[in-house]
Design a protein around this ligand. Structure first.
Ligand code: SF4
Length: 176
């Protein structure tokens, strides 16, 4: 059973106990979220993740300066309060958008900082703006509650085949 660590900061009911990766996996696959949250960090060995890191480093060598703020890791910051995330995907996905929304939510509630978000897609040669508003904050609170429920289940959710499984680091564990 995972230890419940709650970081209640500034506003009552604001839970900042998760990483951006967990918010991302919530959208990708609930089973992946559970496995990752229980310490099965196979991502480090995945070729696809390695490729993503190489792309990440080569595309943004000049600007790149990862910044860790307690539980979140921001790829780089530009100008006045513009936080950037780099994704190697060939399509814009909710997992990316909500991960960055969570960073904005985190900075606002942890440090009182109102930032803007930009997702950079080097393979698409596109940028995607992300902004946190009241509706998104409310939605994020519900998502975080749901993440909390999933990762505290005794067992991982059943595996359900999705196209993402083809490149998932947990493929062997789920479909071995
Ligand atoms: S292999 Fe598929 S079902 Fe298993 S964790 Fe990855 S995405 Fe989820």
């Amino acid at each position: 059973m995972l230890e419940r660590r709650k970081v209640q900061i500034r506003e009552q009911g604001v839970d900042l106990d998760y990483t951006g990766t967990q918010v991302n996996y919530y959208f990708v696959c609930k089973r992946k979220l559970w496995l990752y949250s229980h310490g099965l960090e196979e991502e480090a060995e995945s070729d696809i993740v390695h490729l993503g890191k190489l792309l990440h480093e080569h595309s943004y060598q000049r600007e790149l300066k990862e910044i860790q703020v307690v539980r979140i890791k921001i790829d780089f910051i530009e100008g006045r309060g513009e936080i950037h995330e780099i994704k190697r995907s060939r399509k814009i996905e909710n997992a990316h958008i909500y991960q960055l929304l969570y960073y904005l939510y985190y900075l606002k509630n942890y440090a009182g900082l109102e930032a803007k978000g930009v997702i950079n897609y080097p393979l698409l040669r596109k940028k995607y703006d992300v902004n946190l508003d009241k509706d998104k904050e409310e939605e994020l609170r519900k998502i975080l509650d749901s993440i909390d429920e999933i990762i505290h289940q005794q067992k991982p959710p059943e595996a359900v085949w999705i196209s993402y499984c083809k490149t998932c680091a947990y493929r062997g564990l789920c479909w071995g």
